[in-house]
Design a protein. Structure first.
Ligand code: DX5
Ligand code: ZN
Length: 234
């Protein structure tokens, strides 16, 4: 079995696209639908113009499921948020590489809290920003839209970044997972899988479906098929 086949596929619905009048029920719906992780987008009105929700909501949702809570901080001051989100029930925390020199101490802080570490990169940012941190992270998150809101169109040019992240992983024999986030639905998920992604974060592409279980399964199958095709080529 190759590394690619052995790597678990993770389908992570983003709560940002859920019905905000019933977030508890939506959390349960996503987990019963077969979601591996629940993706929680935290926006502070500075790093991105939008504001979403904070640790109080994460704490309220925590008792509803044992699913991994994947917290994505699109925030200018993650330093003041790491502990609150960790205490609220996060299992893994992703920060952005655009934070520059603050990235290294933040990675260590996340680890010291017992959390898995993710590092995200925005579409306009060069992959060279990510390279120095690859050995320190559990996942890299290739943003496939500009962060800030759901429902945007997938930026096809980001596929080369996924390929680059996968090539570095092979070359350096590292174990980080590759996540994609933004405009992910059946077709784009398959393209990302073929490029080397293994975590598929999807808001609108999943929550818009009344039958969320069928939507999660369809995405998983599309990704598996793309992976099998990749295997046959290699
Ligand atoms: C975008 C967020 C995404 C968002 C994706 O800023 O990081 O997680 O929820 O939404 P869709 O899947 O609708 O593009
Ligand atoms: Zn996100």
């Amino acid at each position: 079995m190759s590394d690619a086949t052995a790597r678990q596929i993770i389908i992570a619905p983003s709560l940002l696209a859920a019905n905000f009048t019933r977030l508890g029920a939506e959390t349960v719906r996503a987990c019963r639908a077969g979601a591996d992780w629940l993706h929680l987008d935290i926006m502070d009105g500075h790093f991105v113009p939008n504001i979403s929700f904070g640790p109080a909501l994460v704490k309220a949702l925590r008792p509803l499921t044992r699913a991994t809570f994947d917290v994505h901080l699109m925030c200018d001051r993650p330093d003041i948020l790491l502990e609150p989100f960790s205490k609220a029930g996060a299992d893994r925390i992703t920060i952005h590489v655009e934070l520059g020199v603050r990235v290294v101490p933040l990675i260590w802080k996340i680890r010291s809290l017992g959390q898995q570490v993710g590092l995200a990169i925005n579409p306009p940012t060069s992959m060279s920003a990510l390279q120095p941190h690859l050995e320190q992270v559990d996942s890299v998150l290739i943003m496939t839209v500009n962060p800030g809101c759901g429902g945007q169109e997938f930026i096809t040019e980001c596929l080369t970044k996924i390929e680059q992240a996968a090539a570095w992983r092979d070359k350096l024999d590292l174990k980080y997972r590759i996540a994609v986030d933004g405009g992910i639905h059946g077709d784009t998920a398959a393209s990302c899988a073929a490029a080397g992604a293994d975590i598929f974060i999807s808001g609108t592409g999943l929550f818009q479906h009344k039958n969320l279980k069928a939507a999660v399964l369809k995405m998983r199958k599309a990704v598996e098929a793309a992976r099998c095709a990749l295997e046959r080529l290699s």
